[in-house]
Design a protein around this ligand. Structure first.
Ligand code: PRP
Ligand code: URA
Length: 219
């Protein structure tokens, strides 16, 4: 697994979430024998922590409140409109955790699958909230492999008016981060791990296999 220094040395730009609970839970998820139900629960829990990281710079304002002891001015979120966009199917495994933390967020879905031969993203569904240009958009998908899916989803969202986006994933490949940085230099990436490389089928090595299949128990 690459460190932040390795990333800098290779000229690739992503925020690595090193929190020990994230790293521990990710290791549990990677294990071949992990059940789908445990995999889903772990992904949901890691997504809480990734949600805290990707929203760490949300603006605050001060509001007057009364505690049981005295009055005070206390910080609250400044009311920024936010939308989570899930890249189907596997993005939905992260969406649940994100919504646990910010239940008032709007939700959009971009349905994409990777053609197994060309590894190109094929769109089959697109539905997002209105006023995309006024929202902070957080795009979620556990895997950033070639990045064809994420690049295509973000491109589509920009066409729909989105200007302020972040992309959050669980595991990424150096090749994918590089391609995404080149295609969308304005969209920061938050990831829990940068693995070694892609294999000949475009799977992340060592990775965790097919995230959608592991979440939903398909194959
Ligand atoms: C997986 C994953 C990403 C994509 C990543 O989806 O959830 O969307 O692959 O690969 P890429 O970076 O090379 O595009 P998949 O196509 O398997 O669809 P699924 O979520 O419906 O299983
Ligand atoms: N999609 C996945 O689900 N896993 C990978 O390793 C690559 C793409």
């Amino acid at each position: 697994m690459l460190t932040e220094q390795d990333l800098l040395d290779k000229g690739i730009n992503a925020t690595l979430v090193r929190h020990p609970l994230v790293q521990h839970k990710l290791t549990l998820m990677r294990r071949r024998e992990q059940s789908s139900s445990a995999f889903r629960a772990l992904l949901r829990e890691i997504s809480w922590l990734l949600c805290f990281e990707v929203t760490r710079d949300l603006p605050l304002e001060s509001t007057a409140i009364e505690t049981p002891v005295q009055n005070m001015n206390a910080p609250v979120l400044k009311g920024r409109k936010l939308a989570f966009i899930s890249i189907l199917r596997a993005g939905n495994g992260m969406l649940d955790g994100m919504l646990d933390v910010i239940p008032s967020a709007r939700v959009g879905h971009v349905g994409l699958y990777r053609d197994p031969d060309t590894l190109q993203a094929v769109e089959y569904y697109y539905k997002v909230p209105n006023q995309m240009d006024e929202r902070l958009i957080v795009v979620v998908d556990p895997m950033l492999a070639t990045a064809n899916s994420a690049i295509s989803a973000v491109h589509r969202l920009k066409q729909g008016g989105a200007t302020d986006m972040r992309f959050v994933c669980l595991i990424s490949a150096p090749e994918g981060i590089k391609a995404f940085n080149e295609a969308h230099p304005d969209v920061p990436i938050v990831t829990a791990a940068v693995d070694s490389h892609l294999n000949e089928h475009g799977y992340i090595v060592p990775g965790l296999g097919d995230a959608g299949d592991r979440i939903f128990g398909t194959k």
